[in-house]
Structures are given as C-alpha cells and as structure tokens.
Design a protein around this ligand. Structure first.
Ligand code: DOR
Ligand code: ZN
Length: 345
C-alpha cells in the first residue's frame, strides 16, 4: 500500500503553551489535526472557567489565517477548585474535561492536588454531570522509584478513586506501562487511555544508553522495552479504549539541554508520519484511523471529523526540520531514529 486515507485525526492531549511559543507551534498541530485537548499547565495554570475562556481566545487568535482548528479546553484541578464554576464551564460547552496533576508530578504541577480528599467535591460533581477527568497517573512520593510511579498510582490512587466514584469517567493519559494497559483493558467502560507517539517508539535505553539524551526525556518517563511492546499492541489493536494523545510538549532547547532539563517531546510535526510507520510495522495500518481519528471522539462523545487526510508512502525519505524556530526560541523536533517514508499529503 502506498497511500491511506483516514478521517482527519484529533490530538487528545496537547501542550500549546502561550505567547510566542503558542504562535510557533500551533500551525503544526492545525496542519494535521482538527481538534485537540489543550493542557492547562500554563504559568499561572488555567484554573477557572474565565481562565479557560481567555486562553481559548488567545489560541484562536494565534491561528494563522485560513487554518481551521478547534481547541478543546480543560481546567487544571486544584484543591480549591469550585464545583459550581466547573459545572458552569461544562454546561456552557467551554470545557471538555478537567485535568488532575498530582502536585509535583511534572511541569508546572505544583498547584495540583496533594490530598485527593480535598478534590472530592469537584470529582463528585463531575461524576454527576458526566464530565471526564484526565489524569496524569503518577505518584510523587520520593520513596517510589520514578519507573514505578505509574503502576503505584494505579494501585494506590486511581483504583481506590474509581471504586469510590464508579460513575466518574476517567482518561488515563499517556499510559506508559503494561500495568496501565492491562488495568484499562480489564476495567469497566468508564476508563480509557491515551498513548503518545513517542512512547510507541522509544524505551528507557534511548534516553540513557551511550549518553543522556534530553530530547527523549518526558514524563511519565519511557519505560522498559516490554512496556513499549504492550503500548504498541494496545494502540494498534483497534480497542476503542485506546486513542492518540501526543503529549507534544515543546520547551526551548536551552531548557532541555541543561543540568536540569524539562520533560517533554515535541512531536506535533511528525506524529502522523511516525504513527503510519509504527502501524505499518505492526501490520495494522487499517487500524490507524481507529486510534487517531475514531476512538477519541467516541470516548469524549463527539462526532468523528468528516474531513479526510491522506498519508502517502514515498520512495525516498521524508525530511523534517531537526528543530523549528519559534519567537520563544528553538525547539527540537522528536527524532524517531527511523527513516520516515510516510507523510501527510
Ligand atoms: O513530558 C511532559 N511534558 N510530561 C508532562 O506531563 C508535562 C509536559 C510539559 O508540560 O512539558
Ligand atoms: Zn502532557
């Protein structure tokens, strides 16, 4: 097969940032994706409906003329979040989900939740009104090894929460482990998971062997090879519980290439090329549309996009810039370490 036409994909987990960075990265997402769930971990975070509304306006204003793209907004859950404000934001159609960052888990998460009991009034309201919770599923206690933080989160936070509030719809975002995949597959219909492009491609050796490679450092950090294999199986299975959330997370190079580098891989530009490569490798090109374009909207109760895109496999390598220039500075593009032949036509 040399070309494949699928419904226009959506990105169910995206960092667009703000200001010059937003202007620099948004066109790459809008070129391929119709919609994206926008992460609220700005400085300061997007906490209230008013914050989300203003941020949505800034995103729409940053969109180049002639491009179409719909940002699906989220609120950043804090211990002080007002359930009425959340409900109002949901009823007005402003937000698609609320995001839980355990405090300290990742970039700009210090305003996140330390004590889950303090978030219960909001979570109870969300369960009642059918508003999904997007979860960064890692514990942050220093005694838990960073490679175990997802599995421990499932056991000690997520599973108890879902038992306490069985009606709450939860998206376990950027699943990185076999435990995560198994937990989602074995769960009831109100749990699903997003998977990033890069976690289908790299394992922890790629970050650490032969020198430290900061552009492969993200959170949750890439795990052992058998976890990557489990993610590939889940993503390419067609199972409606799994869908694409790139977690494309741009940081300027000086903040990645330093003594304490930021977490995040910037994949908006080449995600579709990389995914076509991965799905072809797995003999599952016919299931790429389910993963990138159908399962996500079905989970969030939205229609699939009517528009189509065509991916073409070229005879020679497709080339991408190694980095892009933004008004905020240079941002390195994710290097999949394989030659890409697939490209969006
Ligand atoms: O790698 C990551 N980068 N993981 C996250 O959870 C946050 C993100 C960011 O905002 O940079
Ligand atoms: Zn993220």
């Amino acid at each position: 097969m040399t070309s494949i036409t699928i419904r226009r994909p959506d990105d169910w987990h995206l960092h667009l940032r703000d200001g010059d960075m937003l202007k620099g990265v948004l066109p790459y997402t809008a070129a391929h994706f119709a919609r994206a769930i926008i992460m609220p971990n700005l400085v300061p975070p997007v906490v209230t409906a008013a914050d989300a509304s203003a941020y949505r306006d800034r995103i729409v204003a940053a969109l180049p003329d002639g491009m179409r793209f719909q940002p699906l907004m989220t609120l950043y859950l804090t211990e002080g979040t007002d359930p009425d404000d959340v409900e109002q934001a949901h009823r007005s159609g402003l937000i698609t989900a609320v995001k839980l960052y355990p405090a300290g888990a990742t970039t700009n998460s210090h305003s996140g939740v330390r004590d889950m009991t303090k978030a219960m009034p909001v979570l109870e309201r969300m369960a009642k009104i059918g508003l999904p919770l997007c979860v960064h599923g890692e514990v942050t206690t220093p005694d838990v090894d960073i490679f175990d933080r997802e599995a421990v989160f499932i056991e000690t936070v997520l599973d108890p929460l879902r038992k306490q509030l069985p009606e709450l719809k939860v998206t376990m975002e950027h699943v990185t482990t076999r435990e995560g995949v198994d937990y989602i597959m074995g769960s009831s219909a109100n749990l699903a998971g997003s998977i990033t492009t890069h976690h289908l491609i790299i394992n922890r050796n790629d970050i650490l062997v032969g020198g430290i490679r900061p552009h492969y450092y993200c959170l949750p950090v890439a795990k052992r090879e058998h976890h990557r294999q489990a993610l590939r199986k889940a993503a390419t299975s067609g199972n409606a519980k799994f869908f694409l959330g790139t977690d494309s997370a741009p940081h300027v190079d000086p903040l990645k290439e330093c003594a304490c580098g930021c977490a995040g891989c910037f994949t908006s530009i080449n995600t579709m090329s990389c995914l076509a490569h991965v799905f072809e490798e797995e003999g599952a090109l016919d299931r790429l549309e389910a993963f990138a374009s159908l399962n996500g909207p079905a989970w969030y109760g939205l229609p699939a996009n009517e528009e189509r895109i065509t991916l073409v496999k070229h005879e020679s390598a497709v080339s991408y810039p190694a980095r892009i220039e933004t008004g905020a500075g240079p941002v390195t593009v994710f290097d999949p370490k394989f030659t890409c032949y697939w490209d969006v036509a």
